[in-house]
Design a protein around this ligand. Structure first.
Ligand SMILES: [Zn+2]
Length: 307
């Protein structure tokens, strides 16, 4: 019996932290020799940022989770999908009428489940006693409750640190008096953070057809870059949205600037999306995990052909 079957049937009763990520990846690569694992880089605190590749196709797509620390559920959702996908490939099954053998030969699914491992660990466990930035972090979060922490290990919000209308966001940031902290601070310059730089370097070296960045929450799919929509962006976004009954939408305010999908659309002129999974207050309760996965499952499988 495949040990990652254990992962498949795991109840996900606990949130996905960095330790769970490592165990899940080990199980997947042990069980399924066709899964290739790489590190795209390391986080500020030295944690590996792993990437899985599944498939032999020339067309690659990338799914990214846990850009924001307190949105760690998205890492679990992508790991659950990885196990689901591998199991279907292994069985040479058809899923939603998609032939997994065909998908495996024609597409390469790239999964980066946890872009911001330091932020996830902060949100779930708080700073470690030997954390090199402990004092600085405690100044940014004086009550010591990091549950809602979105940023990376030094208080930069990775989803504002990409090179997409960065200067416009900087002006907004100055008006709002935002500085390093739990959320919304963009950093000193685009790609100043190792996590941002790592995913950009990967995409520059291995361009993909399309990308989805997973966040919580809102049950919405964003598909434009500050008003600009690449060819097929709306059609593909509409198809993805219909498959999970989420709303196709355009972000407003500061959320228009500096995100991963914004940079991707600008840099490659290919479809990029943000999917806001689930609904409620972040971090979403772990009890919602399976209903959110069930809602997204069809869209996730189809994203591999649609993007
Ligand atoms: Zn987010």
């Amino acid at each position: 019996m495949h040990s990652s079957v254990i992962l498949l049937v795991a109840d996900f009763s606990s949130p996905c932290d960095y330790g769970f990520l490592q165990r899940a990846l080990a199980a997947l690569t042990d069980d399924y020799p066709f899964v290739r694992r790489y590190a795209v880089g390391r986080s500020l605190f030295g944690r590996e940022i792993p990437l899985l590749q599944i498939g032999r196709g020339g067309k690659k797509i990338l799914l990214v989770g846990a850009v924001h620390g307190s949105e760690h559920m998205t890492a679990g959702l992508l790991l659950r999908f990885a196990a689901d996908y591998c199991s279907a490939v292994d069985a040479d099954a058809s899923v939603y009428s998609l032939s997994m053998g065909y998908l495996f030969e024609k597409r390469t699914l790239c999964l980066l489940p946890m872009l911001n491992p330091d932020g996830v660990e902060l949100s779930l466990h708080g700073p470690a006693d030997d954390c090199p930035l402990l004092e600085r972090l405690m100044r940014m979060c004086p009550d010591g409750d990091f549950t809602h922490w979105q940023a990376n290990g030094r208080g930069v919000d990775l989803n504002h640190n990409f090179d997409a209308d960065f200067e416009k966001y900087k002006r907004l940031e100055a008006e709002r008096g935002l500085c390093a902290g739990p959320t919304r601070y963009s950093g000193e310059y685009p790609e100043s953070e190792p996590e941002t730089a790592a995913v950009c370097a990967f995409l520059r070296a291995e361009p993909v057809e399309g990308l989805i960045a997973f966040h919580t929450q809102g049950e919405e799919i964003y598909y434009d870059r500050n008003g600009y929509v690449p060819t097929m962006g709306r059609a593909v976004g509409g198809a993805l949205a219909r498959m999970c009954s989420y709303r196709l939408a355009r972000p407003e305010g500061g959320a228009r600037y500096g995100g991963l999908k914004d940079w991707f659309i600008g840099a490659f002129d290919r479809p990029g999306f943000t999917v806001e999974c689930g609904k409620g207050e972040n971090p979403l309760p772990q009890t919602a995990f399976f209903s959110i996965y069930a809602t997204l499952r069809k869209m996730l499988f189809h994203s591999v052909v649609l993007l």
